[in-house]
Design a protein around this ligand. Sequence first.
Ligand code: CP
Ligand code: NVA
Length: 323
Amino acid sequence: MDDTAHLYGRSLLTLSDFSPADIRLLLALAHRARKDRRAGTVQQRFAGMSLALLYEKPSTRTRCAFDTAFGEEGGHPVFLGSDDIHLGAKESLEDTARILGRMFNAIQFRGFEQATVEALARLSGVPVYNGLTDARHPTQVLADLMTLEQHFGRLAGLKLAYVGDCRNNIASSLMIGCSLTGVHFTAVGPDQLAPPAALRSQCAPYAAASGARIECGSGTGLVAGADAVYTDVWVSMGEEEQSAERYALLAPYQVNSTLLARTGNPGCVFMHDLPAVKGNEVTEEVFEGPASVVWEQAENRKHTARALLLATLTRNAVQPPTA
Ligand code: CP
Ligand code: NVA
């Protein structure tokens, strides 16, 4: 594995902050982290360090992944929910960022605005990791890429069809992650929820360089040939007032056994970032069925979180291979 020293001190706000080669390094580190944890050979590489977990929205996977990946290696994670500190009430984002930067080695943020996580990175002076905003969810997609690689043994040339709300944080980060790593990406959903043109323009040169194809459309026949069908909730956190409209638009895009069969690929896997609303975007049958790799995806949140923390907070992330 190549040295990760050039990643020391870096933030991850959106996946395109990292080059395809950097993503390769992070995935290799994550596979190593998974192996080490299974072998019980976890080290203490974050001893003496602290990580702020700054959350404006709820979380199970992201919070637990960062908290345990950092804490198990001797680091001190501190959870700061929106009611716990003065941010947004008695203290500005700018002042909070500067305080946290003096107390912590890094900040992991979850919240609404992408501008907030960008400001935290600019003003705190420490690495900041985006654990979901309205616009992006890069740490989820690192785990998704790891899961694909684990299952298929490669990324380049696979086809991932994302079905549902194609302009949300998951779909957007998947388009970036797939186009950087050579995974053909197909977004399938209603025209009203199509990926923004600016994102397609941003990803076009990544896809040209990696050999990935990006296609978007409203016909579910576009899933033909997919190696993975991925969906997400119809209503993201913070958009609850749009529920009725979303249900009407997205009902034809439920991932069920008929849609999965349209891939024509018996080896196609089903993916979901979770939490899932079973009966809406996916049927219980598909979610619990043999194609589902959702638990691997969830577990890999922890291994990829550890990889990101190691690469950006330590100078010796690349250790000799485990026995
Ligand atoms: N997938 C994901 O980010 O899950 P949480 O909301 O539980 O963190
Ligand atoms: N799109 C979802 C992802 C949850 C992990 C949301 O933002 O609520």
